[in-house]
Design a protein. Sequence first.
Length: 343
Amino acid sequence: MDLPLIGSKRPSTPFTEERIQAEGQKDGERNIPEMGSYMPPPFEQALIAHGEQEVQRIYKQASDQIAKLRPVFQTFQKRLEDIERRIQPIADGYKARSMELGRDVTIPFPVALHWALIVFLGIGEFPLNTVVFRLFGEAEYLTYIMASTLAIMIPLIGVFIGIHMRHSLPRLAGNILIGLLTPIAVGGALFAVSLLRNTYISSQVAAGATAAPDQGNMAWALFALNSLIFFGAMSASYFAHDPDEKLDLFHKSLISLDRKRNAIRQKLFRIGTRINGEIQGAKSQVEQIRALTNQRVALYRQTNMRFRRLLPPWTFRKNPEFPKLEWWPEVSLNSENGAPDGR
């Protein structure tokens, strides 16, 4: 009847079933405790004290873990409350502007795909510019620096111009301009690709022919390809924003803050789950230990009463008393605003 401790490597308890029965018999034959005693006998007190030692160990272990997790939880909770305060006026402004315009935000091209396209265009721009700058005969690292600079700047300038066009031009005028520039940019790029392909084929057929007469056409081909990249970034940015600047800014701010809020909520949920797990685990182990202590006390009292010559004492008529533990409040993970509540 050793005390089973969950996850414990401590040695087995000296209070075995045989010892408890032997102590109960010995005290019963000596009428300990006396019939009118209201105090538990020394051996019963030892049983309770032994169990409470393990209870205190578990309680302290859980307290240390919770003391580490609580400050982290409260820090993230303050961040969440700060974001909630910031997001409320922005949400009100978005709602007011949306009612004023009589429509919700209009973004034909998803923002995530927009930035993925910008990155892809920048990557495609890099080798194209590398080929051009190698003609300067500079060091290789300088070629990479110049090529990477343009690979970053051309798509980003296209992004800014696209945003400016979306916010400054009337919707109809902007759509007409994009509609006119699209076939020009795409057609020029197709012509450039065709020209480069023909130049490559000609060089393969006549290996000894010089390409000098085609340098002007090559320059226009590279210009057309760079123009397509610039136009792609500009048009993607144009369609990834709402025509109304205020509504667009409100929408972007809401999206950004909402992502931060969701990330903090996930962290709060994980930490709150760990805190609740520590509390519930400690309570469960304490209940097991005290239940086993009650069983030992009951075995001791039964054996004591069997060997007594007098009536059982008053203290045997009440259950063993254990020190009260101040349990920590659990973290609520289902508050009204969707944020875990640790108060």
